[in-house]
Design a protein. Structure first.
Length: 438
């Protein structure tokens, strides 16, 4: 067994050392015009295969990264505007969409619009200032060779997007037994004990998750910190070659509660709801063999949560090794407080290296007619109307299609006039059981 871990470790080292583009990474620079490699070594490609919408440079100078200097924007109408991305079936991915408004438009209203993955609602993007980058992240299991990311439902301003990224996971990372019914939408991913405000991401994280520093100060983010909280760090290697594989750099820093407890309060975007919540621990502090570190989690109002005692060194079977206890399905509030408290028989206070919380988002399986329509449009690859992408009905219907309002909608009418169709009525249309108008 040991040699297998050794081999995996070696592969990880090789792949992070070579700065080549990782397999399974896609980084789209929306509105961009040329390929470029950023300072992290990520290769950005322009989204110029899309002809929808318009492209424009933003007008605020604060952001220097090239992928943020432009956006692609879309009309504020009832249609949806989709990117269709190639994926590998039965593989888990992280998809990240970012939005830097940068005053690109002539509209004086900040945009508000929805983003969806396939037919499933993902999030509402609410822009509230021109220099803040809004980031949405989701983990999903691909069940088809493509996935679509769509913008729709503009309530103010024009929908737009700055970047769209796909990162492929290996093995069983983020496996859940409900992954064919729920996406995981990121709410918090925190690197405790961080030495600067910078996030840790690629190449330190081979999957390019963004681990936010606990030094960053923002409203309702890691406040009410317990007294006696201290940052510690190590340069010793930490074994992170299993579980969710948090990056070693994240596990080499931690906070410890010198006065017996570690506690924080933060707002959880997307909650209240059911979520996936894991803590990442590794014993990285030197202490004498007659000292012990044992602690328990307390969440106000949830006595049932407080049961298991954590002894990192024992649970991880050694020092400098990952231990990641967590909850696959836990009900969490929007204003979330938690505390790790040392047990009475422990000589030392708790430790915490990192934390991740995702909300479960129910997958919407979309229109019953989706596969028939996919087969229809595949015969008209030259035509613009065949490239609207995503589900024919959800979250908004294709511009030439009308759907009923069932949870899994059916197509009730199709308008192909002016679409330059000649010859026979396509066979597919006879399979649309809800069609009443042609
Ligand atoms: C994708 O994988 C699923 C689950 O194994 C399978 O049912 C489906 O047919 C596959 N789809 C394609 C297009 O390969
Ligand atoms: C569009 O957004 C509004 C407000 O954000 C929301 O109430 C409405 O349900 C959304 N419509 C659709 C079709 O998603
Ligand atoms: C994931 O697996 C693929 C194929 O086995 C490998 O090429 C790649 O380097 C792995 N990536 C990471 C981050 O381990
Ligand atoms: C981190 O950012 C905060 C504002 O969010 C600032 O007050 C603080 O000085 C910064 N700290 C470091 C170490 O850069
Ligand atoms: C830690 O606890 C000790 C003893 O209870 C107390 O004197 C000290 O002020 C506390 N430190 C902090 C930072 O609260
Ligand atoms: C989580 O648990 C609740 C209550 O038991 C249940 O209703 C819900 O379906 C579960 N969600 C997931 C994603 O497993
Ligand atoms: C420590 O002991 C006290 C008194 O027996 C008890 O109330 C408290 O819950 C214990 N604390 C922990 C963390 O076990
Ligand atoms: C059908 O589409 C054509 C052109 O795309 C448009 O002129 C016409 O008004 C549409 N008809 C209906 C009933 O929506
Ligand atoms: C309609 O199709 C014909 C033959 O395929 C083509 O020559 C013509 O340019 C098309 N017209 C439009 C408006 O797309």
């Amino acid at each position: 067994m040991a040699w297998i871990f050794g081999l995996v470790f070696l592969l990880l080292c090789l792949s992070t050392a070579s700065k080549a583009q990782m397999p399974g990474f896609l980084s789209l620079d929306c509105g961009g015009t040329e390929k470029h490699t950023d300072s992290l070594g990520l290769l950005w490609t322009p989204d110029d295969q899309t002809t929808l919408g318009g492209t424009v440079a933003i007008s605020t100078p604060e952001e220097a990264r090239m992928q943020y200097r432009t956006v692609r924007y879309f009309p504020a109408d009832d249609n949806k505007y989709c990117y269709t991305l190639q994926v590998q079936n039965r593989t888990r991915y992280l998809v990240r969409a970012t939005f830097l408004y940068g005053n690109f438009g002539t509209s004086d209203a900040y945009p508000t619009f929805d983003i969806s993955l396939g037919a499933s609602y993902w999030s509402t993007i609410v822009i509230s200032d021109e220099n803040t980058i809004e980031v949405e992240e989701l983990i999903f299991l691909a069940t088809l060779p493509t996935v679509s990311v769509c913008l729709s439902n503009a309530t103010t301003g024009q929908p737009f997007i700055s970047t769209l990224e796909l990162r492929q996971f290996n093995g069983s990372l983020y496996f859940t037994t409900v992954e064919t019914q729920y996406f995981l939408s990121l709410s918090a991913r925190i690197n405790f004990g961080a030495e600067s405000n910078y996030s840790v991401r690629y190449p330190d994280d081979p999957f390019d998750r963004i681990w936010e520093s606990d030094s960053v100060r923002k409203a309702n983010y890691l406040v009410d910190v317990a007294p006696g909280t201290e940052k510690i760090s190590t340069t010793m290697p930490v074994d992170v070659s299993y579980g969710e594989r948090p990056p070693e750099k994240v596990m080499q820093t931690a906070v410890v509660g010198r006065n017996g407890s570690l506690g924080y309060r933060l707002d959880l975007d997307g909650f209240p709801g059911f979520g996936w919540a894991f803590s990442y621990f590794a014993e990285i502090e030197d202490f004498h063999s007659d000292e012990t570190r044992k602690f328990k989690l307390f969440i106000p109002g949830m006595p049932a949560i407080s049961k298991p005692t954590v002894d990192v060194q024992e649970n991880a079977q050694g020092r400098f090794r990952l231990y990641e206890p967590g909850y696959y399905n836990i009900s969490l509030p929007f204003v979330f407080s938690f505390e790790f408290k040392k047990t009475n028989d422990s000589s030392m206070g708790p430790i915490l290296n990192a934390l991740e919380i995702y909300k479960y988002l129910q997958i919407n399986f979309g229109s019953k007619d989706a596969s028939i329509m996919a087969s229809l449009v595949s015969q008209y690859v030259q035509a613009d109307w065949a490239h609207e992408g995503g589900d024919p009905c959800l979250p908004a219907s294709w511009s030439w299609v009308q759907c009923n309002s069932d949870p899994q909608p059916k197509i009730v009418s199709i308008n192909l006039s002016g679409k330059n169709l000649t010859g026979d009525i396509p066979l597919e249309l006879t399979k649309l059981t809800g069609l009443i108008d042609l």
